[in-house]
Ligand binder design. Structure first.
Ligand SMILES: [Zn+2]
Length: 136
C-alpha cells in the first residue's frame, strides 16, 4: 500500500515522472487530488514496493486500474497486459490527437479502456490544458 512507501521513494517516483501521471500525462499541478505511487504489478500479484514497480499516477488512473494487470483487448478479445510505464515507452503505445489519447497497440487499447483515459470530463480538462499551453 502507498502508506508503506518511504518519503524518499515517493519523491523519486514523482520526480522521475516529472510530476505527471505516467498513464494519462496529467500534470500533478493541475490535478484536484495529489498523484499517487501506483504499484504497476499490484501487491495482490506479488508486485514489489520498489522503484522498478512504481509509477506516478493520477487519482483517476490509479482508481480505475485498481488491482488489474491486464484486460481483454476490445479489438481482438485477447487477454492483454496493461501498459507498463517502466518497461514500455508511452509514445510507442499512445498518440495524442487533440485532447484524445489514441491507442496504437493492444496494450494501449486495454489501458485506454480500463483506465478510461478519454472519459468526457478528463477530455474536457485535457483540452483546457492544451488550449492554455499547459499540456505537452
Ligand atoms: Zn492519469
Amino acid at each position: 500500500m502507498a502508506e508503506s512507501l518511504s518519503a524518499e521513494l515517493r519523491r523519486l517516483v514523482a520526480a522521475r515522472a516529472v510530476y505527471r501521471c505516467e498513464y494519462c500525462l496529467l500534470p500533478e499541478a493541475f490535478a484536484l487530488h495529489r498523484h499517487e505511487p501506483d504499484h504497476i504489478v499490484p501487491l495482490q500479484h506479488d508486485g514489489a514496493t520498489d522503484a522498478e514497480n512504481l509509477a506516478h499516477a493520477c487519482f483517476w488512473c490509479n482508481r480505475y486500474k485498481g488491482p488489474n494487470v491486464g484486460s481483454f483487448d476490445p479489438l481482438t478479445g485477447q487477454l492483454t497486459a496493461l501498459f507498463h510505464p517502466r518497461r514500455q515507452v508511452w509514445e510507442q503505445h499512445f498518440r495524442l490527437i487533440g485532447a484524445e489519447i489514441n491507442p496504437l497497440t493492444p496494450e494501449g487499447r486495454v489501458t485506454v479502456r480500463l483506465l478510461q483515459l478519454n472519459d468526457p470530463e478528463r477530455l474536457t480538462q485535457r483540452q483546457q490544458l492544451i488550449d492554455t499551453g499547459l499540456f505537452r
